[in-house]
Design a protein around this ligand. Structure first.
Ligand code: NAD
Length: 248
């Protein structure tokens, strides 16, 4: 199906309560690979380092991989044009919230404010015991595993590990946003990771229109997507922003 970008821009401009739902694909142009697939992170690292039981029983081994992936590497990534356009849309009053599966902090870095982090955030660390939150620069990652300065417990990155539940507040906010939105912009996700994947589906069930941006068709494309824009997130979002800017 050939999609008219002008028509999509018009829909976005006229929406009343639009949300964005983002996945690893929006950060690929920031140099962060997705987890799965040929060049995915799991082709180089063992996912067991993010298994909660393994983390507790082998904290040093887990932390060695975690430090490389999420602090030496993710920590240096910069937001890209796609993150920036979504932040601009929020400033323009168009995007009301972003529900993200990403844990890279790049929506915040780009200036977005209303962000529901379904899987937490790697750029914070938490003491599982006293719940104190640390920023990476407050922690010495040269000695692994890092320990809480108050009670000596092993710190954990504040994102959702395999075997762990979704943060309650993010879950509740995302579901509420899905139920009242009129337009969902899905960007760069396969829609395979549950329960996050059901957010756009829930919105569709409640009557929302679904626009999707992805380089490849996803689980949503032939199921709930109304307008599929195939291509890179930054290129398509910049084009949409231009079209919206021209009319306003
Ligand atoms: P995924 O890895 O399953 O899929 C990525 C999707 O992005 C694919 O559909 C791919 O076709 C698309 N894509 C790739 N490059 C793109 C581009 N330039 N523009 C638009 N689309 C592009 O990602 P997922 O569905 O988000 O699920 C992976 C899980 O892993 C998530 O739960 C997330 O928490 C986590 N994860 C997060 C990050 C991050 O924080 N940046 C990175 C990897 C994985």
């Amino acid at each position: 199906m050939k999609v008219d970008l002008q028509e999509v821009a018009e829909l976005i401009r006229n929406s009343k309560n639009m949300i964005a739902f983002t996945g690893a694909g929006i950060s690929v142009e920031s140099g962060i690979p997705p987890f799965r697939g040929e060049n995915g992170l799991w082709s180089r690292y063992d996912p067991k380092c993010l298994d909660l039981d393994f983390f507790h029983s082998h904290p040093k081994e887990s932390w060695m991989a975690i430090k490389t992936i999420f602090y030496d590497f993710f920590g240096k990534a910069k937001f890209n044009a796609a993150h920036k356009v979504l932040a601009d849309f929020e400033q323009m009053g168009i995007v009301k919230a972003i529900v993200t599966q990403n844990i890279d902090n790049l929506h915040q870095a780009a200036g977005s404010k209303e962000i529901y982090e379904f899987h937490g955030n790697s750029q914070k660390l938490i003491c599982p015991h006293c719940k104190k939150i640390y920023l990476p620069e407050e922690v010495n990652l040269d000695e692994l595993p890092p320990l809480c300065k108050h009670d000596g417990h092993v710190l954990k990155p504040n994102f959702v590990f395999f075997g762990e539940g979704i943060p309650e507040e993010a879950y509740a906010n995302s579901l509420a946003a899905a139920r009242k939105t009129d337009l969902v912009l899905i960007v760069g996700t396969t829609g395979e990771v549950m329960p996050a994947a059901m957010i756009p589906t829930e919105a569709k069930r409640a009557g929302a229109t679904i626009i999707e941006i992805n380089t490849e068709p996803s689980n949503y494309t032939n199921q709930i997507t109304d307008f599929f824009l195939q291509g890179k997130a930054s290129e398509l979002l910049l084009q949409l922003e231009d079209l919206i800017g021209e009319k306003s």
